[in-house]
Write a protein that binds this ligand. Structure first.
Ligand code: SF4
Length: 702
């Protein structure tokens, strides 16, 4: 490296790896893993290693645009503020909405949330993280009383049994996979169980792979709870002292026999027995879960079915134990902290709680505060389509590719009277529909913080100037807020000032009350921002009770401090039919990220899997007359996509897997969400991307 390295954080997945970046004399950028960062200790995956190839200035949005015409910032910001203000005056606060992103930094998120909930007075702000972890948030709140991940990455190495549920960690959280694989090499007695309909690369380190039927997880873990109760494998003292609802949950669980669970999960009874026995006899057990659990119409129940088993055995809050949700996006966790979800307030407070609303309003000095939850992602675009939302601002995300039912999202934005999109790139499927385009600063140009899946807050630091007129998202939001007449509350000079305000609110939330005292950022201030080393909340400087794990003391965030069991029973799933006989499951590939607006720029990353494809089991392919490398057509109703057939026995019979990444620029007929309806989990509002009955046929161009 030619210049001193900048210490920052990878902008891709929720592992949140530390990276060291240096600018070279020839203008290129060199990236290596930060050996001192506790998330990765120097490791990087293929995406992180290729970050230097994706920071060029080509394809960037360089100046604001109004209806396709280049504009200056004043003109664009005046128009955004005036149109939002007029719409609110004519139709009320709920006629406007912000759709934000897990790519935003905590400080960006914080001010967008503050503007919408405290000053506009609506809770119509939701994040694309709704698509990746809302069910975990809802499950945590039901069980623990607050959205708190109990454990740490270290627990995944310390566990004697690591259960991976609906998670292709090898491709989607590669550095965590590397850490578990290395731990297993050191301790060969460690057992790894993979529960996934697909035999993914992650199965390479698994001792047992349970090929559960899509959405069979509730039955599988409800059966485990009954097994633990029947085989004297409970921590009765923990249950009695620290939980409520155990008897009801077990009574419901015992309604299913092992044979019925085998039938519902598709896992033979002897394999279930082997897994249940292993779990019952392994004290240090950790259960890691991801989108296969969250992205389901029963996502929240799946989360609680898993948590129930850990509460029943008291395996939570101790080294090597616990339920552990891994988030998809780099700052999905940060969005949960600052109120990026339509049903939350900043500093983990709840919008439905009048006391929390009062605290936040007083702290902000806000003229009003939203009094009820706003529109969640799917509801938001439906409201745009129906004309209830008349002005929307989309920040750093591409919903015309990533949302379910993208046809509806596209049609909604085409008819919406006012669409603002701020983004770093000059063209996405969503930007094409914007009346106002605002150029945002990208990774490497922005200053702030992000939070990873283990609650670890790390700095993102700039090492490049922004090209053209691009600006940080927080500055753009604050400039609009000032033009809407909320100047004083949005007059920050830096991201550090916003960080300090959020930290102060995090301390303010304590106020001596028992019902809520996470104090995630308590005690931190502006002076600590610059040199901030990665830390796990609750903030070590804010309290005497520094801890990297929650709940070891059996104290939860409910009114009586006890955790809650949630009785779960499998619900009838969306059935296949003669018309739609296969189940579609969508997900990520190793080397691409979301809608490829960044990784699509790296030839090296595109070499791994160069085009969209459908993984099909050989027997399904034979029955349908589809050969390897044929073009396959997936359809549902009027929607269809065309992708290359990839015939593989790793795919379960009766199902098909298609990656989520390809957008209209790379493969116009391959936006897989054209065939994914907007079915959501009733509790969390998270869309079900993993269980879509579809029709599959060979595409015949003639
Ligand atoms: Fe980046 Fe995730 Fe890879 Fe780490 S594991 S380098 S955070 S993409």
């Amino acid at each position: 490296m030619d210049a001193p390295a900048t210490r920052t954080t990878c902008p891709y997945c929720g592992v949140g790896c530390g990276v060291l970046v240096a600018r070279n004399a020839d203008g290129t950028v060199t990236v290596r893993g930060d050996t001192e960062h506790p998330a990765n200790f120097g490791r990087l995956c293929s995406k992180g290693s290729a970050l230097g190839e994706t920071v060029g200035f080509e394809d960037r949005l360089l100046a604001p645009q109004i209806n396709g015409r280049r504009a200056n910032w004043n003109e664009a910001l005046d128009l955004v503020a005036a149109t939002f203000s007029r719409t609110i005056a004519e139709h009320g606060p709920d006629s406007v909405a912000f759709y934000v992103s897990g790519q935003l930094l905590n400080e960006d998120y914080y001010v967008a949330n503050k503007l919408m909930k405290g000053f506009i007075g609506s809770a119509n702000i939701d994040t694309n993280s709704r698509l990746c972890m809302a069910s975990s948030v809802a499950g945590h709140r039901r069980a623990f009383g607050a959205d708190t991940v109990p454990g740490t990455y270290e627990d995944l190495e310390l566990g004697d049994l690591v259960v991976l549920v609906g998670s292709n960690l090898a491709w989607c959280h590669p550095v965590l996979y590397q850490r578990i694989a290395a731990a297993k090499q050191k301790r060969p007695q460690m057992r790894i169980v993979l529960i996934d309909p697909r035999r993914t690369m992650t199965a390479d380190i698994a001792d047992i792979h349970l090929a559960v039927r899509p959405d069979g997880d509730v039955a599988l873990f409800t059966g485990l709870l009954a097994w633990l109760a029947d085989h004297d494998a409970l921590d009765r003292a923990f249950i009695a002292a620290h939980t409520n609802g155990f008897d009801d949950a077990v009574a419901v669980a015992k309604a299913l026999s092992l044979d019925e669970i085998a039938d519902q999960t598709g896992v033979p009874a002897d394999e279930l027995r082997a897994f249940y026995t292993l779990f019952a006899h392994t004290e240090k057990a950790v259960t890691v879960y991801s989108q296969g659990v969250n992205q389901s119409s029963a996502g929240t129940d799946k989360v609680n079915a898993i948590i129930n088993c850990h509460l029943a055995t008291g395996r939570i809050g101790k080294p090597g134990t616990g339920p552990f949700s891994v988030t998809g996006q780099p700052n999905a966790m940060g969005g949960r902290e600052v109120g990026g979800l339509a049903n939350m307030l900043a500093a983990h407070m709840e919008i439905e709680n009048p006391e929390h609303r009062d605290r936040v309003q007083r702290f902000w000095g806000a003229p009003r505060i939203a009094s009820q939850a706003g529109l969640k992602a799917v509801e938001m675009f439906r409201a745009v389509a129906g004309g209830r939302v008349k002005a929307i601002w989309i920040m750093g995300t591409n919903p015309v590719v990533s949302m379910p039912e993208v046809g509806l999202v596209e049609a909604a934005l085409k008819t919406c009277p006012f669409v603002v999109v701020s983004d770093v790139v000059s063209e996405t499927d969503t930007l094409r529909l914007a009346h106002i385009k605002l150029p945002a600063a990208a990774w490497g140009e922005k200053d702030g913080t992000v939070t990873n899946s283990e609650r670890r807050v790390s700095r993102q630091r700039p090492f490049l100037p922004s090209p053209g007129e691009a600006r940080p998202d927080w500055e753009i939001v604050c400039d609009v807020a000032q033009r809407m007449g909320f100047g004083k509350a949005f007059s920050y000079a830096s991201a550090a000032e916003i960080f300090a305000e959020h930290a102060a609110l995090s301390a303010f939330e304590n106020e001596g009350t028992r019902d809520f005292d996470i104090g995630a950022y308590a005690g931190l201030d502006i002076a600590q921002f610059e040199k901030l080393a990665p830390f796990q909340w609750p903030s070590p400087s804010g309290q005497a009770r520094q801890r990297s794990r929650f709940f070891a003391d059996g104290q939860f965030f409910t009114a009586d401090s006890k955790a809650r069991f949630v009785a779960t029973l499998p619900k009838p799933e969306t059935r296949t039919s003669d018309a739609y006989p296969l189940v579609l499951n969508t997900g990520r590939v190793r080397d691409h990220w979301h809608t490829m607006t960044r990784t699509g720029r790296s030839p090296r990353l595109s070499q791994h899997l160069a085009e969209p494809f459908a993984e099909i089991h050989p027997r399904d392919a034979r029955r349908l007359g589809i050969c390897d490398a044929d073009i396959a057509c997936l359809s549902i109703g009027a929607g269809s996509v065309l992708v290359r057939a990839f015939i593989t026995p790793t795919q379960a019979r009766g199902s098909v897997f298609v990656p989520m990444h390809w957008n209209g620029q790379f493969a116009s007929a391959a936006r897989i969400n054209c065939v994914v309806p907007s079915t959501t989990d009733a509790v969390s509002g998270q869309p079900a991307f993993k269980h879509v009955p579809v029709q599959l046929s060979r595409f015949d161009a003639a």
